[in-house]
Design a protein around this ligand. Structure first.
Ligand SMILES: *[C@@H]1O[C@H](CO)[C@@H](O)[C@H](O)[C@H]1NC(C)=O
Ligand SMILES: *[C@@H]1O[C@H](CO)[C@@H](O)[C@H](O)[C@H]1NC(C)=O
Length: 248
């Protein structure tokens, strides 16, 4: 929600160059304000299109083939393996970047993007097993995990990678941390479809969502980091770094 932003930086500067000669020029290296504005326009106006030229899929909704949240530390009152398969993630079009650092001419610097999103909803098939605050939980069905007013920080570094005589940014140390104001869960068909048990569990999860999120936050950040790193790496591996920014 996050990593995507970076992909977007590129998308915009490149498509602006290619398709819209009268539009504002691509951003200069390191011009955080310019990058932020371009990205935000892109989120609101073009999130529903894919861009094969940039190796970028549709961002909203974003297809999530598989995302596993695995939280198994002994000391934690939450021990779960939660697997989402063939899900859709909604919300990227309404996220806004509030700060961009990095993206200078020297691609090995640290890059950072701060983003605020109204909601992110991950919707689709799930499987869960484990315990949540002492209670056992299990089920397979459809779920909707929604995070509201999410503040995210994306950071990564770059290594130069030479391909066909051009220098590409090879993404390293990619990391996202997300802080939602609140989180809402809905899991259908918990406990083999036992409706009373399932309904009670959904109520319980939502009443304790803050505590649950706290226990699972680092596992969630880790799996979302992997998801977004794939997208960002895909874009940076498609286009030489110098093609993404205007000269001074
Ligand atoms: C997911 O749940 C949120 C509320 O928690 C709701 O606003 C949203 O419409 C739901 N999304 C889908 C696709 O059902
Ligand atoms: C496009 O992105 C995918 C990952 O999303 C990557 O495996 C592939 O190498 C990328 N293609 C190019 C031409 O960079």
């Amino acid at each position: 929600m996050f990593g995507i932003a970076l992909a977007i930086v590129l998308t915009l500067s490149v498509s602006v160059q290619a398709k819209f000669p009268d539009d504002p020029k691509p951003c200069k290296y390191g011009d955080g304000e310019c990058i932020m504005k371009l990205c935000n326009t892109l989120f609101s106006e073009r999130s529903s299109e894919e861009d094969p030229g940039l190796n970028l899929t549709r961002l909203d909704p974003l297809k999530v083939d598989k995302l596993v949240i695995s939280q198994g530390e002994d000391a934690s009152p939450v021990g779960i393996t939660l697997t989402f398969t063939d899900n859709l993630l909604y919300g990227i079009k309404d996220q806004r970047i509030v700060k961009v650092k990095g993206f200078g001419k020297d691609l090995t610097g640290k890059h950072e993007v701060r983003i605020i999103a109204k909601t992110f909803s991950l919707v689709g098939p799930y499987n869960i097993n484990g315990k949540v605050l002492i209670l056992p939980i299990s089920g397979t069905g459809k779920s909707n995990m929604t995070m509201v007013n999410v503040k995210s920080i994306v950071t990564f570094s770059g290594k130069p990678l030479e391909k066909n005589g051009e220098i590409y940014l090879d993404v390293t140390n990619f990391k996202i941390t997300m802080k939602p104001e609140s989180t809402h869960y809905h899991f259908s068909n918990l406990f083999n479809g036992d409706k009373a048990l399932g309904d009670n569990m959904n109520v319980f999860l939502n009443e304790n969502s803050e505590a649950i999120y706290k226990e699972t936050a680092s596992a969630i950040d880790k799996s979302f980091s992997q998801l977004y790193m794939g997208i960002v790496k895909g874009v940076f591996s498609k286009l030489p770094y110098s093609k993404l920014f205007a000269e001074e």
